[in-house]
Design a protein around this ligand. Structure first.
Ligand code: NIG
Ligand code: FE
Length: 398
C-alpha cells in the first residue's frame, strides 16, 4: 500500500476541535470547531487519512505533493438532492422571476419527463450532476427518488442513484401523481405497500414532502412508520413553504433530518433542539425561488445542529453548488464562515448519521477539497468564483 504526503497546506480545516490553534471553550463564531491547522501536512494511505498535523512534524511517505500554500477542507457532504430526473423547468424559473410563485405542482412536469426517459438518459443525467458536484468539492451526496411515482419508476430511480452513492432516499411521497389525484389514500397505500417493498432494496432512507399540496401529517406518519419497519432511516421535507407539522413529526418519530425549516414556530425550534434532529438548511432554494431565508441564527442560538445542503433539483433549485450555499448562508443568513463550512461538512455528515465523514482525522476516508485560496474564508468572500482546485475521494483525485 503506497502512501502520499500532501505538504504546503497553508490552512487545513480538520473539523477536529482538539487540533486547532484556537481551542478551549465554545467561541460564538464557530472557529474552534473547525480545528484549523496552519502550515499543515496530511498523509494518505489506502484511501484513508493516515496522519494529520504540522508540516514540520510530517513523517516520510512514498510520494509527496506540494500544494503551494493552498487551503484544504473536508469534502462537502451534501445531505439533500434530487438528481434522478429528466428535462428541466427553465421556463418555470423565468416565470417565477417575473412574479409567478413557486408551488409543488411543478413537480408533476418533471414526473412526466422522468417516466418517459430511458434508464441510460437518467443515468447520464445523474452522472453529469455528480461530476459537477465533485468539481465543486462535494465528496458525498444523498440522492432521492421522487420523480417516478410508480412502483417501477421509483425502484428504477433508486437503483440508478445507488450506482453513485450509498446515501439513497425513497421519496415516493413527493406529491400525489395525477392518476391518483382523486384518491390520495390509494396512493398512500401504494407508497406504504408495493412501492416501498420494491424501493427498499435500493434505499437507505425514506422521506416525505410534508406540505400543503403534498402530504399531511397523518399520511406522512403512515409512510415514515412503514419505511422504518422496513429498516429505512427517516428524513422529512419540513416547513418549506409555510408553517406546518413536518418538523414536529420528524422530532416525534426520531428522524435524522428535518430539511428546509424555512418557517418555524418556537415549539419547532425547541423540538429540534431537544431531540437533536438535524435541521437541513437549503439556501439555494430560497435564492432560486426568491423566498425569505431560514433563520439560522435562531436555530444556532437554540443549539440546533445545522446541515447546509444543495437540494439540487430541476424545480426549486437547479444548483449543485455547495460553495454557493456557503456564500448565501454567510451573506443572507448571517452564519459565520466557520459555521457555514462546518455545516456543509460535519453538519452534512451528522444529517446522514455518518460520523466517519466530514472530518480530516486519521482513519477517516480521505475525502477533501483543495482550494485555490489561502483559507476557507474565501468560499464566502469570493462568491461565484470556482475556488475548488482539486477534489480527492477516498484518497484519489477525481
Ligand atoms: O426540495 N420540496 C419538494 N421537493 C423539491 C422540489 C422539487 C421540484 O420542484 O421539482 C424541494 O425543493
Ligand atoms: Fe428537496
Amino acid at each position: 500500500m503506497s502512501s502520499v504526503v500532501l505538504t504546503g497546506i497553508g490552512s487545513l480545516v480538520t473539523n477536529d476541535p482538539g487540533r486547532g490553534a484556537v481551542s478551549g471553550g465554545a467561541r460564538p463564531d464557530g472557529v474552534a470547531a473547525l480545528g484549523e491547522v496552519t502550515d499543515a501536512a496530511i498523509v494518505i494511505e489506502g484511501g484513508k487519512f493516515a496522519w494529520v498535523g504540522r508540516r514540520a512534524d510530517a513523517p516520510a511517505a512514498d510520494s509527496a505533493l506540494d500544494l503551494g500554500g493552498r487551503a484544504v477542507i473536508p469534502g462537502f457532504v451534501d445531505s439533500h438532492s434530487h438528481l434522478v430526473f429528466a428535462g428541466d423547468r427553465a421556463e418555470e424559473f423565468a416565470a417565477r422571476m417575473t412574479g409567478t410563485p413557486y408551488s409543488a405542482g411543478g413537480i408533476r412536469t418533471t414526473v412526466a419527463a422522468t417516466r418517459a426517459a430511458t434508464d441510460e438518459q437518467l443515468t447520464a443525467n445523474v452522472a453529469r450532476l455528480v461530476t459537477e458536484m465533485r468539481r465543486q468539492g462535494t465528496t458525498t451526496v444523498e440522492i432521492k427518488s421522487g420523480y417516478g411515482l410508480t412502483v417501477g419508476d421509483e425502484a428504477r430511480g433508486l437503483a440508478i442513484a445507488a450506482e453513485f452513492t450509498d446515501e439513497t432516499t425513497y421519496l415516493g411521497a413527493h406529491v400525489v401523481p395525477p392518476e391518483y389525484a382523486d384518491d390520495p389514500a390509494a396512493y398512500v397505500s401504494l407508497v406504504t405497500g408495493p412501492m416501498l417493498d420494491s424501493a427498499a432494496a435500493h434505499a437507505k432512507w425514506v422521506d416525505v414532502f410534508v406540505e400543503k399540496g403534498a402530504f399531511d401529517a397523518d399520511q406522512a406518519r403512515a409512510i415514515l412508520t412503514a419505511g422504518a419497519k422496513k429498516g429505512l432511516g427517516l428524513r422529512v421535507h419540513a416547513n418549506q413553504l409555510g408553517l406546518g407539522p413536518g418538523v414536529q413529526l420528524a422530532c416525534e418519530l426520531g428522524a435524522a433530518a428535518a430539511d428546509h425549516c424555512t418557517h418555524l414556530s418556537d415549539a419547532d425550534v425547541d423540538a429540534l433542539a431537544s431531540t437533536g434532529v438535524v435541521a437541513g438548511l437549503l439556501p439555494a432554494v430560497e435564492f432560486s425561488t426568491r423566498s425569505p431565508y431560514p433563520d439560522a441564527r435562531r436555530l444556532l442560538a437554540a443549539g440546533v445542529t445545522i446541515a447546509l445542503a444543495s437540494d439540487c433539483n430541476p424545480g426549486s433549485c437547479y444548483s449543485s453548488s455547495i460553495p454557493l450555499c456557503i456564500a448565501l448562508a454567510v451573506r443572507e443568513m448571517h452564519m459565520t464562515p466557520a459555521e457555514a463550512l462546518w455545516s456543509a461538512t460535519a453538519g452534512g455528515a451528522a444529517s446522514l448519521q455518518r460520523p466517519d465523514l466530514g472530518r480530516i482525522t486519521p482513519g477517516a476516508p480521505a475525502d477533501l477539497a483543495v482550494l485555490d485560496a489561502p483559507s476557507y474564508l474565501h468560499l464566502a468572500y469570493r462568491p461565484g468564483v470556482p475556488l475548488v482546485a482539486q477534489t480527492f475521494l477516498n484518497g484519489r483525485p477525481v
